[in-house]
Design a protein around this ligand. Sequence first.
Ligand SMILES: O=C(O)C(=O)C[C@H](O)[C@H](O)CO
Ligand SMILES: [Mg+2]
Length: 402
Amino acid sequence: MKIIDAKVIVSCPGRNFVTLKIITDEGVHGIGDATLNGREMAVVAYLEDHVIPCLIGRDPQQIEDIWQYLYRGCYWRRGAVTMTAIAAVDVALWDIKGKLANMPLYQLLGGRSREGVMVYGHANGADIGETTEEVGRYLDMGYKAIRAQCGIPGLPSTYGVSGDKMFYEPANADLPEENVWSTEKYLNHVPKLFERLRDSYGFDVHLLHDCHHRLSPIEAGRLGKDLEPYRLFWLEDTVPAELQERFRLIRHHTTTPLAVGEVFNSIYDCHTLISEQLIDYIRSTIVHTGGISHVRRIAALAEIYNVRTGFHGATDLSPVSMGAALHFDTWVPNFGIQEYMRHTDATDEVFPSDYLFEDGYLKVGDAPGHGVDIDESLAAKYPYQRAYLPVNRLQDGTLFNW
Ligand SMILES: O=C(O)C(=O)C[C@H](O)[C@H](O)CO
Ligand SMILES: [Mg+2]
């Protein structure tokens, strides 16, 4: 069996998605997500110019060999662009293997470990009152876990707060939008949000919060401590995580569970965090971390240190990523939670899928492979539109972390 063709499809049904489609001589095809928000075309060029020529003629059943060929063979290991491109190939090949075996992906991985995948939704508002109402709305929809973000008095905009309450899309400008940040204002305000949420809804719902890489370790320790009475499910991305050792200090100061990893692209970004049990949830996900073949190694390492998975699942990860992640989540023994930011109807039409939301859980279907496809003629109606994630400045103008 041979790969006879592969193509990259870029489509913007509201936001940009990059999809790799691999076609075999037996008529079976597989697809993988290659979307890297704000740097999409770098992955397109990487795939078209450097990866696809190496795929033609190879046996698509040799997933591991192809993975090693693309990782070791490029010499310049790791990096978001490389690992996203490899992930797209890997997921497309697992999709093909599932179709050849006539099995859903979770069966190939080792079978079902749970009936459904607990997901968390995104409640946000301009202030504490609005976020509290939004959390209520998510509870009414059946969610068991909800991430809560709210506007900070004195700041014109805040990460995680959007006009559209169902579909959050931060990459929205032809050039990067500039936000303004104050850690002091933020640290004073956030505990009040969670106090109100626990007063309003009690302790049965799982509450999560994302700091989006904006604190120093000691500030993170303080926030974690301040939030302890409200028993968060997790506090995410407290500090920029290039330096894994930073988490030792945070861990010394708080028992609030910690999650990190959506910007990681390799096991080498998180091995210290995991093996020293400095975190509780690892968020490195399939699309940006080399695909199923690499993420399952991270999950296996995490399992022996009692760290659970909590995959990134924002809207900039396409339904293809969500389908693959849900199969992985259905199987992986140390599953924790799955992020679920809903896609727009236009996106779901371009990417027909068979997963369903039911009472706080997402459930995969039994279609062979990962169960998500692309409608190419519809995709072609939404041409690429350049869009960037925002940048962030402190109130004195210093460039900061977004
Ligand atoms: O979903 C999250 O937790 C995020 O932090 C979303 C990110 O800002 C987004 O994926 C960046 O492209
Ligand atoms: Mg995040």
